[in-house]
Write a protein that binds this ligand. Structure first.
Ligand code: ZN
Length: 486
């Protein structure tokens, strides 16, 4: 059981896989390389803020889908490209292309997409595009999920794609030194609707494949106006090509893009700060003994971990001490990511999170978790730095016990993280397919959406109901609401 520091090997990563998004430990290594004062836990200026910005984006993509986070990148005159977390964005995307095995037919679709990501970055440096953008034009990119004509859906899922379109708007400052990139996860717009809309809007035939749409954006689309105006214009446009249900869904998402950003950003940031705190502890503990917060986090969910992960930890425990190498850091990061993404999703009543968690532990318990998250958040707002560790740990334990996974867009792979035992027991007790959508909270009482001219989105298990638009719920006949902001 005892671990000797020198016997532990670091994770062996193939040389080529170092694109930031391919390496879940990137932030931890970046923090680790920028420790200024180990004893006091001080990092180089700007480093923590960089990682925090990244964490907000990760949480938004994973489980706060209505948030459209903005990332700021500065131009590096030496590298002649924009940089993010110490890496050139062009270089980073080229590495992403190089890391794929072109002999493997399964990853060929991703190869072509990554080439478009390089083109996207490079085109902004092109003198003509660059000067237009410095005068206020914006580059719009649409990345729909690959269609089943392009790749087997299971293979697409293994690359983290679900049924969303990533919509991205990039703009430059007048001096060209700063780039702002806002990204938004949009669901329920099929690729063929994008293709038809773009074809009609630009008077040029666009093939109904995700790749063709990415290529078309790289070739054509510079827009003018505020981000709100552009997104409003595009979503209202594409709505005309959708079926009624999808149109309502897109209306709802557009409404959130236009009206809920400030609040969603505050909440996502609070969760990102909690994740950053763990990443800092990992960076300071790396290649040494785990700090107390890391030990607490690990012990809290240890019993619910899958057996190979328990063994991995057992081999590195020396009495009460835990040696942190890359494998332990990765495991801790996975635990924190899956729990924090789900917690953030519940706190903001993210539709897909509510469904995912409810399918494991039932709707009533899911709403209970969401209520506790609201309480944790409110305590934090009223009294910054308040000790709410106990409540946080309890919620993380419940998520681990339930073996809740994460959806598409999650920054880490968490399949097989938690024990199968919990999963099987829960599924036996719950049964599958017990959730359904309903138009109202119940026959007699509508939710608050009608009053505010919004479209309700109600999830029900037959007894309990929740509207993910206005966050009103009804549990055992009793109504409540998750408040927007404390
Ligand atoms: Zn509602």
């Amino acid at each position: 059981m005892a671990a000797r520091a020198e016997t532990i090997t670091l994770i062996e990563q193939p040389e080529v896989i170092n694109r930031r998004t391919d390496n879940p430990l990137f932030n931890v290594h970046y923090l680790h390389a920028n420790v200024v004062d180990h004893k006091h836990g001080i990092f180089a200026p700007g480093v923590e803020e960089d990682v925090l910005e990244q964490d907000v984006t990760d949480i938004a993509e994973a489980d706060v889908h209505k948030l459209a986070p903005i990332v700021i990148q500065r131009f590096d005159p030496n590298r002649q490209q924009f940089i993010s977390l110490g890496t050139g964005t062009v270089d980073n995307n080229i590495r992403g292309v190089e890391s794929l095995d072109t002999e493997d037919p399964d990853s060929l679709f991703e190869f072509h997409r990554r080439v478009e990501e390089v083109t996207d970055e490079v085109s902004i440096l092109d003198p003509e595009v660059n000067s237009a953008m410095r005068r206020g034009k914006k580059k719009l990119s649409l990345s729909p999920t690959p269609t089943h004509h392009e790749v087997d859906p299971d293979v697409a899922a293994s690359f983290g794609y679900d049924d969303r379109t990533m919509l991205r708007l990039q703009s430059l400052s007048a001096d060209g030194q700063t780039k702002a990139m806002q990204s938004f996860s949009l669901f329920d717009v099929p690729t063929k609707a994008w293709a038809s809309y773009l074809s009609d809007r630009y008077g040029e035939e666009v093939e109904p494949t995700a790749l063709a749409i990415m290529q078309f954006c790289n070739r054509v689309i510079l827009e003018e106006g505020s981000n709100e105006e552009i997104v409003n214009d595009f979503l209202n446009g594409v709505m005309n090509y959708l079926e009624e249900d999808d149109r309502i869904s897109v209306k709802r998402q557009l409404d959130a893009f236009l009206n809920e950003q400030a609040e969603l950003k505050l909440k996502a940031r609070a969760y990102a700060e909690e994740k950053l705190a763990v990443e800092k502890e990992l960076a300071l503990s790396l290649n040494g003994w785990a700090s107390q917060p890391i030990l607490t986090l690990v012990r809290n969910v240890y019993e619910n971990l899958e057996s190979t992960h328990k063994e991995l930890l057992d081999q590195r425990f020396d009495g009460q001490n835990l040696y942190v190498d890359d494998l332990v850091a990765l495991l801790v990061l996975k635990i924190k990511t899956v729990t924090i993404d789900n917690r953030a999703g519940l706190a903001t009543m993210n539709e897909r999170t509510v469904r995912r968690v409810a399918s494991r532990i039932g709707l009533e318990a899911t709403i209970g978790l969401a209520e506790r998250e609201q309480h944790i958040y409110q305590m934090q707002q009223m009294e910054p730095g308040v000790d709410n560790v106990f409540m946080v740990l309890r919620n993380e334990q419940l998520i681990a016990e339930a073996g809740v996974g994460c959806g598409g867009g999650c920054s880490v792979e968490v399949v097989g993280l938690f024990s199968e035992d919990a999963r099987i027991a829960l599924e036996a007790g719950l049964g599958k397919g017990t959730l359904y959508s309903s138009s109202d909270l119940d026959k007699n009482s509508k939710c608050n959406c009608g009053k505010h001219g919004k479209k309700a989105k109600v999830i029900s298990d037959g007894q309990n109901v929740v509207c993910t638009t206005c966050r009103t719920y009804q549990v055992r006949g009793k109504r409540g609401q998750l408040k927007a902001v404390a």
